[in-house]
Design a protein around this ligand. Structure first.
Ligand SMILES: Cc1cc2nc3c(=O)[nH]c(=O)nc-3n(C[C@H](O)[C@H](O)[C@H](O)COP(=O)(O)O)c2cc1C
Length: 272
């Protein structure tokens, strides 16, 4: 076969493609473990940041690990508000993935008819809640995963509540596809700083009294206790944040769990 023949050109091209695809797929497989670890670290950093525990020092992997020694992860059955019993639920808590569960008919429930709209047909039956403790082992905060649709994407974040379970400690979003400078401003520290101290309920803790959220235009008078100014040029993203916050504290989300956590440990298995 001549070196510059058509056949030779094809052979060289195929061999080169084969080698390149082996390198690309090999590195994708080899780096997957590191990618997963980095994703998990990023999620933990966001939990810490929502809870206001980051302080001024950089959040290195070691520091995150140390801070997480005081954060207990619990899997909650959102229908009952109780902690999940692995055996009865037929799942492994260590490997349970809420995002996959939300797409699994056996591990999800429909969102049809819910009072608040996160723009998703169903949500997972079981969700993780993070209990933050002090050195004496007392509950100081609860951090809840939250998500819902914005304009372009599903926005994933965390909502941290003070130990009264009625006051916002902080909010973060760690994954979304909203437009930078518009909906993407949900990540802006100045906007996030508007949340701590907002009251969730006007009156007793119940779905009917959920009053916190996002308002188009500046909140005035009493509204300031509950509402945050919407993002300009991003009404749809702002509405998404408003709805997802309300949804996740309502009985469609963590409402039943929050009630059980605020009561003495009667018949339920929920406690700090
Ligand atoms: C390129 C482009 C990107 C946009 N990105 C967003 C976005 O991320 N979130 C959002 O709510 N609106 C976004 N909008 C604007 C919406 O289409 C809509 O006009 C807006 O939500 C209305 O908000 P306003 O009433 O505050 O102007 C975008 C518009 C354009 C043209």
């Amino acid at each position: 076969m001549q070196r510059d023949s058509m056949a030779n050109t094809f052979v060289v091209a195929f061999v080169l493609c084969g080698i390149c695809s082996l390198i690309v797929s090999g590195s994708a497989v080899g780096l997957k473990k590191f990618q997963d670890e980095n994703k998990a670290l990023d999620v933990q950093k966001n939990i810490i940041s929502a809870a206001g525990l980051a302080g001024d020092e950089p959040l290195t992997a070691d520091r995150v690990k140390k801070i997480f020694e005081k954060i207990e992860r619990k899997l909650v059955d959102l229908e009952t508000g109780d902690y999940v019993d692995e055996g009865k639920a037929g799942i492994k808590i260590d490997t349970y993935d809420p995002r996959k569960a939300a797409k699994d008919p056996k591990l999800s429930v429909s969102n049809k008819g819910t009072k608040f709209d996160i723009g998703m047909g169903a949500r997972e039956k079981y969700a993780f809640a993070y209990l933050v403790k002090n050195d004496q082992g007392e509950l100081t905060q609860v951090v809840l995963p939250i998500y819902g649709k914005g304009l372009w994407s599903t926005m994933y974040g965390f909502l941290a509540l003070e130990k009264d379970l009625k006051t916002v400690k902080g909010i973060t979003f760690y994954e979304h596809g909203e437009t930078p400078g518009l909906g993407g401003e949900i990540e802006n520290p100045t906007w996030k700083a508007l949340w701590p101290g907002k009251k969730i309920y006007k009156g007793e803790s119940s779905d009917a009294n959920i009053a916190f959220g996002v308002k188009k235009g500046s909140p005035e008078g009493d509204e300031k206790e509950y509402l945050v100014d919407g993002l300009s040029g991003a009404t749809i993203t702002s509405r998404g944040v408003d709805q997802l916050l309300k949804y996740w504290v309502s009985d469609s989300g963590f409402g039943k769990f929050l009630k059980k956590l605020s009561e003495p440990q009667g018949g339920s298995n929920v406690g700090a």
